[in-house]
Design a protein around this ligand. Structure first.
Ligand code: PRX
Length: 654
């Protein structure tokens, strides 16, 4: 049986004004969806989207799992996010930018429109970007990153943002997989008060054969960088000459809007493809329901635009609903761990959305910091990306939210496009560290391998049994991988259903708690990292014979990366520290700092079955310091387990 958790009722004054005010209203919406699924989505698609041409079919499942939403409709995501606000919200602030060093910009919807249109014109006329072209965006958190996304959307070009912390090799792989024609980047940006460079990473990624023809460089720092004639162009020099208006391409509902690469269970990241209408609809609906942002509110999501959270909840969702969204260039602990709370006070932020890792760091480094600032503007606090542990939840609720803000523990994924299981701040009685209920319209269930609902308190698989508008449409260029990755494991009523890759438990009250990935993906600081991807990088070391990577609980990051490495030549054991350094250097080069190992242990062999399969469960248990309870007699060499245990205990290297 699951443990009994305390329940926190919604703040009454808040609930009165909320879009969804109580559980009856929630249930009415969920009943609407259950009884008339297409009618439900039709209602909201008509209400929320500015269609250029109406759709004729709400949902076409004839080629499931390749589904079509709102077929026949035409729209443009940049019109939804910008143009339609130019009547009533022209002078409203769309984006508040705060730089690492405290510099600020207040960008109105009118000014946003002009910047997006100019950038679209620049891409179109100077670089020949057109509908369907892929544009890679490798940018820091500056307003031009949002302009770039929306400019691509305006032209119908498919953007693929690569997180600025990825290495040149990782960037190169993503550029090549997407066959991108243009890269938009910046010379550099600021972090912890110091400038850093991005453009050299792009230069390295474009060495040798590349599909990229042009590079647009935003000069944020005015750094001395290399310019390749005929390829690299300065945004700052060109942009003023561009006109304020560029026609928005009428996009089919199912035309791709963007790709975002994410880790899977093989070494190669997947280009998750999201299409236009369904994605933008759900981005807007969840913004409205889950954060309950009101017309005069200021909302801040601390994610980076390089991740799905930044796409949906910094740019597309807030702007589609006409909100004021904050973009922050810096890190939450600079100049000290009071930075976010200082920003909440200064900008009178009403909704604050961050990851448990950030909450743990802020708690650890500045437990008393929230009390130094006026945080009374806060109404909703959000978390995302990983399970939040009870101490962090408690501090967030009490010290930051003054025990009056709802904490929305939003569960979702790159593939779901937007939240799928989450509390509603005015309606849901919250159990701490629990994602609670599926959002209206989302048919999420906890099931066993056969698709049967699990009993309350029993561990199961989190599936979504009906297609929903913002779901992944394809793995770029690999239909087979799309089907295999998401629709291969669970069958319900004879039909394959979407399996998230996460385990979950539904309690006797119907509350869903996420228990974590069931595959070989680990969650480092809320970022997904495929163990196979890290292993592939480590194997590039000429010293390494074999490697297995697992996750290990980490106080701050949630999970850390633990690598078991078998060296080719055991005589190298004398230079272990050098070898460990070399391995981390390779990871840095192949993926980036985000994938550096927390622990590297050199072992004589790996625990394998007779058919050669590595028993990762054993390695996970050893990394955690747990006793081995599983039967090891089926291993090719059972003795290796105690050898590995003693290597870990003796810390051959750390
Ligand atoms: O394991 C789940 C975890 O993060 C994974 C998705 O990672 P990504 O695609 O990078 O997107 C992160 C931001 C949406 C999920 O498969 N996850 C996400 N939200 C939660 C979570 N785990 C527990 N609780 C959450 N609220």
């Amino acid at each position: 049986m699951s443990e009994v958790k305390p329940i926190f009722q919604p703040n009454k004054a808040f609930a009165k004004e909320a879009r969804i005010k109580n559980m009856c209203e929630y249930q009415d919406l969920q009943d609407f969806a259950t009884e008339d699924y297409e009618g439900f989505w039709d209602h909201f698609a008509k209400e929320k989207i500015n269609w250029m041409e109406p759709y004729h079919t709400v949902l076409d499942e004839s080629e499931a799992p390749f589904v079509k939403w709102f077929d026949g409709g035409k729209l443009n995501a940049s019109v939804q996010c910008v143009d339609r606000h130019l009547t009533e919200r022209k002078n409203k602030t769309a984006i508040i930018f705060e730089g690492d060093r405290g510099d600020k910009q207040y960008i109105t919807y009118l000014s946003l429109s002009q910047s997006v249109n100019r950038m679209a014109n620049l891409l179109k006329t100077k670089f020949g970007v057109k509908k369907g072209d892929r544009v890679v965006i490798y940018m820091p958190m500056i307003p031009e990153a949002a302009y770039a996304m929306l400019a691509c959307a305006r032209l119908g070009a498919i953007h693929s943002i690569v997180f600025g912390g990825f290495s040149s090799e990782a960037l190169k792989d993503r550029i090549e997989d997407a066959d991108a024609k243009v890269v938009i980047t910046a010379d550099g940006a600021y972090r912890k008060g110091k400038p850093y460079l991005l453009k050299p990473v792009v230069d390295a990624a474009l060495e040798g054969n590349t599909p990229v023809e042009k590079v647009l460089v935003v000069e944020r720092n005015h750094e001395d960088i290399t310019w390749v004639a005929g390829r690299d162009y300065s945004y700052n020099e060109l942009i003023d000459n561009e006109s304020h208006y560029c026609d928005a391409e009428p996009m089919d509902s199912e035309d791709p809007l963007f790709l975002l690469y994410t880790s899977g269970s093989t070494g190669k990241p997947k280009g998750v493809q999201h299409n236009t209408a369904g994605y933008i609809l759900w981005a807007q609906m969840t913004m409205e329901w889950v954060f309950d942002v009101k017309e005069n509110d200021t909302y801040w999501c601390t994610a980076d635009i390089g991740w799905i959270t930044g796409h949906t909840y910094i740019v597309y969702g807030p702007l589609a609903m006409g909100a004021t969204t904050i973009m922050f260039e810096g890190v939450p602990t600079y100049p000290d761990a009071g930075r976010p709370w200082k920003m909440v006070e200064e900008h009178k932020i009403n909704q604050f959305y961050t990851a448990p890792t950030a909450i743990r760091v802020l708690h650890k480094m500045g437990e008393e910091e929230p009390s130094k600032y006026d945080l009374s503007s806060l109404k909703v606090l959000g978390t995302v990306g990983e399970p939040i542990d009870p101490p962090a939840w408690k501090w967030y609720y009490e010290a930051v939210g003054n025990s009056k803000c709802a904490i929305v523990d939003t569960y979702w994924q790159t593939e779901t496009g937007g939240h799928v299981v989450s509390p509603l701040p005015g309606a849901t009685p919250i159990k701490p560290a629990c994602a609670t209920f599926p959002l209206p319209g989302i048919m999420a269930e906890v099931v066993d391998d056969l698709g049967n609902k699990t009993a309350p308190g029993e561990q199961g698989l989190l599936c979504i049994t009906r297609p929903w508008p913002s779901q992944i449409r394809n793995v770029w260029g690999d239909k087979e991988r799309y089907v295999k990755s998401y629709f291969g494991d669970v069958v319900k009523d004879g039909k394959p259903v979407y399996f998230s890759g996460d385990g979950a438990i539904m309690d006797e009250d119907g509350y869903i708690t996420i228990t974590g990935r069931t595959d070989d993906v680990i969650n480092v600081s809320g970022h997904r990292m495929g163990t196979a991807e890290v292993e592939a990088a480590i194997k590039k070391s000429s010293d390494v014979a074999e490697v297995a990577v697992v996750g290990k609980p980490h106080e701050i990051k949630g999970e850390g990366i633990f690598a078991y490495v078998v060296l080719k030549n055991e005589e190298n054991l004398g230079e272990l520290v050098d070898t460990m350094q070399a391995i981390n250097n390779i990871i840095k080069k192949e993926i980036g700092n985000i994938a550096l190992c927390d622990d590297i242990v050199f072992v004589p062999g790996l625990p394998k079955t007779r058919s050669g399969k590595i028993m990762r469960r054993i390695l996970r248990a050893i990394a955690k310091g747990e006793a081995i309870t599983q039967d090891t007699s089926t291993l090719e060499d059972p003795g290796v387990v105690s050898q590995i245990e003693s290597c870990v205990k003796n810390g051959t290297c750390k």
